[in-house]
Design a protein. Structure first.
Length: 480
């Protein structure tokens, strides 16, 4: 961990390093959603069905999720600059394959390469920032990372849609390739090897168990959302994912040098922070799925109108991530956590009372309030949890946190959408709009209860650091 004196002395150099890392994170996260507006054109050009074309998105999510646990090994094994440049080069190669692709198979292969590079980036960014930046400045730095996480996926479809309409989707990937290559070149001049490397052994059974478990579980969640919970296929993949993941967990606790050090979940501060972040991420993603369903299927708004209703919230979330980070550095996590989760709970509760006559403006305001609440809770609580870990275990902490948030997002979306469809089918009468509205209201009721649970956890466990808080955290890190 950097001291405040070292940070002030090397401030400009640290800013350049973080800028290169954050740029790479922005480019890779931007690419996750840019393909959405291009899917109809790609389907027509390559003559594939919707189910096959969706693998360009589903495959990206699966591969990036599989790569996240591997980053703990990569970060500890390879120098920072080499790892970053390798991940960005792999991502750039994937973008180039998409740009020059003559058929769907090459596009899908390119997306897999992109996802492999993208999966490494966010845990790497978080780990490097937490090591370079002293405790008193970590909130602001993590807020910048939160800005990237919020802004890149939000503006991706809009910017990509404009480029695709004007120049075509191939040009879009040429542009992203050029940006990725530029970031690699800058990294060669700016990045330094800031993480102390060791020579950990790569436990191949753990890699296999992690990959199969995560891929099966996440695909099962995705299939359940498409086919419904009554179909046998999602349950088969979910069961395989759970069984294999349990075997992975058991193996990690039996290894002297685990592939992913799950023992850090025994530290209460990190465990509570991770649980709250999982709930918040599940609420974030499920809400982003259900609001467009409500606006388009029940109120009759267009896809563009539903996207515009969500855009102010995404922009406010991006800005508030930085503001929340600065507040965290000055005041600690408790006030932000309680305020943010209260706002999230209230806004989720407000969606329970949506009806066919709810105005566009009111929906926009409630969704924006919701996103501001998430920005006040997510990164501050994540930073609070990671602050208790030593540098040696920081890579494992960021990998575990990112993996579990990804899993929670997939589970949450499947679970809450399943509640929506199940209760819609139980609605008496033949009014389809009223039935769907009833299902959405029940689903948001359950989301509100989960958000309330996260708020209660924060009230009980998230504490303000006292004047000796930094010393206390350093002692905790020494034990960790």
């Amino acid at each position: 961990m950097s001291t405040l004196a070292d940070y002030q002395k090397n401030f400009k150099k640290i800013v350049f390093i973080i800028a290169v890392l954050v740029s790479g994170g922005f480019i890779t996260m931007f690419s996750e959603t840019v393909l959405t507006p291009a899917l109809p054109t790609i389907m027509e050009e390559t003559n594939v069905s919707t189910n096959i074309a969706q693998w360009l998105t589903t495959g990206f999510i699966l591969v990036s999720a599989i790569m996240i646990p591997l980053t703990a090994f990569f970060i500890n094994r390879f120098p920072t600059r080499r790892l970053f440049m390798s991940a960005m080069s792999l991502f750039a190669l994937g973008c180039l394959l998409c740009a020059i692709s003559p058929n769907f198979t090459v596009i899908l292969l390119g997306r897999f390469f992109q996802a492999a590079g993208a999966g490494i980036m966010m845990p790497l960014c978080q780990t490097v920032v937490l090591i370079l930046v002293p405790l008193s400045k970590r909130g602001t730095a993590m807020g910048v990372i939160g800005l990237v996480m919020a802004l890149a996926p939000a503006i991706g479809p809009t910017l990509a849609g404009w480029v695709i309409d004007v120049m075509g989707w191939h040009v879009m990937f040429y542009i992203i390739t050029a940006l990725a290559v530029l970031d690699v070149v800058l990294a060669g001049f700016v990045l330094e090897n800031v993480i102390e490397n060791s020579n950990p052994r790569l436990d191949m059974p753990s890699v296999l168990l992690s990959s199969v478990g995560l891929a099966s579980f996440l695909y099962g969640c995705s299939a359940a959302g498409d086919m419904g919970l009554l179909h046998v296929l999602p349950w088969f993949f979910l069961l395989v994912g759970i069984v294999v993941s349990m075997a992975f967990i058991k193996r990690q606790f039996s290894l002297k040098e685990p592939f992913l050090d799950l023992r850090i979940l025994k530290f209460p501060q990190f465990a509570i922070a991770t649980i709250i972040a999982m709930i918040v991420n599940a609420a974030l993603i499920s809400g982003a799925v259900m609001l467009p369903i409500f606006m388009q299927n029940i109120q009759g708004f267009s896809a563009m109108q539903s996207g515009l209703a969500m855009l102010p919230g995404a922009l406010c979330m991006a800005v508030m991530n930085v503001v929340s980070g600065r507040i965290f550095d000055k005041c600690g996590p408790r006030g932000l956590a309680l305020s943010g989760l209260s706002l999230l709970t209230l806004s989720a509760g407000a969606f329970i009372f949506m009806h066919t006559g709810t105005s566009f403006g009111l929906l926009c305001v409630i969704y924006t309030m919701r996103m501001v609440g998430i920005s006040m809770a997510m990164m501050p609580i994540t930073t609070w949890g990671l602050n208790t870990l030593s540098n040696k275990r920081m890579a494992h902490g960021t990998a575990i946190n990112n993996t579990l948030r990804q899993v929670a997002g997939s589970i949450g979306t499947t679970f809450f959408v399943a509640i929506m469809t199940s209760f819609a089918s139980l609605y008496p009468g033949d009014d389809a709009i009223a039935a769907n509205l009833y299902g959405i209201q029940i689903s948001f009721t359950v989301i509100t209860l989960f958000c309330l649970a996260a708020l209660v956890l924060s009230i009980i466990f998230v504490r303000q650091p006292k004047s000796s808080g930094v010393l206390k955290i350093k002692k905790q890190q020494a034990n960790a």
